[in-house]
Design a protein around this ligand. Structure first.
Ligand code: ZN
Length: 476
């Protein structure tokens, strides 16, 4: 067995559960510790023991705040991790909100399960972790800026680079000098969509020995921005003519802020004065404030917009609905409401109530603006289901479902090829964070466009960083 290895325990053949373990002799560093999200089979993986002792880790580096990258950190701390969690300062602010929300949902789910089990006189299920665990986790965070080179351990340095995906999102460059070898490993995290509103474009990285690259949209190109903007304009104009409502399942962090920014930029063009816009998510409201506290991370266009027009999100008809009574009040609006609510894949949260209320009305529209993982209600709707089941009730899908791929927070295949093609020399490319069709398509495109041989490991795979070869390609 090599002294220098990288193990893959999540985001292999799937887009959630990112977690990579770097072992340098007796030192152990974890990159990301994400929650598995999707159907019950996938989520059951969150209850499995970590394949290492959390107390044996020396350090953790977190690429960004999204729960599929950060959501098992409280579990790690609960199970004995004592060290630091290194990340960007904006990620710490967003993670505080997201981990507490994730813990709140875990506590609520456990209570519900306990009530059900009580009826059957069985033992109650413990929550995955509690709000107190999430709060303790935040105390472990140590924050950095992009471009700072930090010594993690003797001979091990890292640096965060802007990934342009959500506020604070980072690519991790990591240098290891040990046992007579020197290696540079690059973890892409999630890579942003070039030209996206608000944030700067993804940073190119020029050199590495090993590159882990996400492949979420490895099989798809995004529409150009101007076409996407006119697509949204058309949907809103049709919905307005039909006197319907528009529901937008929204990831609270990132997508909600980008949409509000786009709404303010295209206010007249999209005829938004005819609508009432609801940001129906306490978490999205909080995340919006955090975005406002880190405007130095915005791209030049957004900074310019801000200096000229004051706050980024001045929309005269925007309603921030914190309370659940206010949220329920939206159901009284039979037409002319644009509702941004979570969760982004319709697996929980207030959007489900709005879907239940609106999905059977043919004058209504559902605008899907983010990736929908297998097994989620969002994916079922995108795949064209004519009927859905919610709370035991069967509902006809009559509302029009639109997928606006061009608003994605992830790079499309062109962006991924461009970023991978920017490396000089021939690093080893390892593809992660994608469903198999997307990952395989990206591997083919990398070969075709850049002559790169990329490999996609399975869960449990181990790579020898000294010998630059696979020890195991998946769990035995
Ligand atoms: Zn992400």
């Amino acid at each position: 067995m090599s002294n220098l290895t990288l193990s893959f325990f999540g985001a292999t053949g799937e887009v959630t559960g990112s977690i990579y373990l770097l072992e340098i002799g007796s030192h152990r560093i974890l990159i990301d510790c994400g929650l598995f999200q999707g159907g019950p089979d996938v989520e059951a993986l969150n209850r499995e023991d970590f394949p290492f002792a959390p107390s044996s880790l020396d350090a953790v580096i977190l690429t960004h705040a999204h729960i599929d990258h950060s959501g098992r950190l409280p579990l790690l701390v609960k199970e004995g991790y004592k060290g630091r969690i290194h990340t960007h300062r904006a990620t710490r602010d967003l993670a505080r909100v997201m981990l507490k929300d994730s813990a709140f949902l875990a506590e609520r789910d456990a209570e519900r399960a306990a009530r059900k089990r009580h009826k059957r006189a069985k033992e109650a299920l413990e929550p995955l972790y509690t709000i107190a665990d999430a709060e303790r986790t935040i105390e472990h965070f140590e924050t950095h800026d992009y471009g700072e080179k930090i010594e993690l351990l003797p001979g091990i340095l890292f640096c965060l680079r802007d990934a342009g995906h959500i506020l604070g999102s980072a690519i991790v460059e990591l240098w290891v000098k040990a046992f007579g070898v020197e290696r540079k490993i690059v973890f892409s995290g999630d890579l942003g969509h070039r030209g996206a509103p608000l944030l700067r474009d993804v940073s190119p990285i020029r050199d590495a020995d090993v590159v882990l690259c996400e492949s979420t949209y490895g099989d798809r190109s995004h529409r150009p921005w101007d076409e996407t903007f006119s697509e949204i304009g058309d949907i809103l104009s049709n919905a307005n003519a039909a006197k319907g409502n528009v529901l937008i399942p929204t990831f609270a962090v990132g997508r909600a802020q980008e949409l509000l920014y786009l709404f303010s930029e295209h206010f007249d063009e999209w005829g938004l004065d005819r609508w009432q816009i609801f940001l129906d998510s306490p978490m999205a409201i909080e995340a919006t404030t955090i975005y406002g506290n880190h405007t130095d991370l915005f791209d030049s266009e957004a900074k310019h917009h801000q200096t000229n027009n004051g706050p980024l999100f001045t929309l005269p008809n925007l309603h921030l609905t914190q309370l659940s009574e206010e949220s329920m009040g939206i159901n009284a609006v039979s037409s002319g409401a644009i509702v941004l609510a979570g969760s982004g894949m319709c697996t929980g949260g207030r959007i489900r109530h709005h879907i239940r209320h609106n999905i059977s009305g043919e004058h209504n529209h559902l605008m899907i603006v983010g990736f929908q993982a297998r097994g989620t209600l969002g994916r079922t709707l995108v795949d064209g289901a004519k009927k859905i089941k919610m709370w035991g009730e069967e509902l006809d899908v009559a509302a029009k479902v639109h997928t606006i791929g061009g608003l994605s927070a992830h790079a499309g295949v062109d962006g991924l090829l461009n970023w991978c093609g920017g490396f000089a020399g021939r690093p080893a490319f390892i593809l992660v964070h994608g469903e198999p069709t997307a990952t395989i398509a990206l591997a083919h495109s990398l070969k075709e466009n850049h002559g790169i041989d990329a490999f996609a490991p399975g869960r449990g795979a181990v790579y020898d960083l000294a010998g630059l070869k696979w020890i195991k390609t998946h769990a035995l």
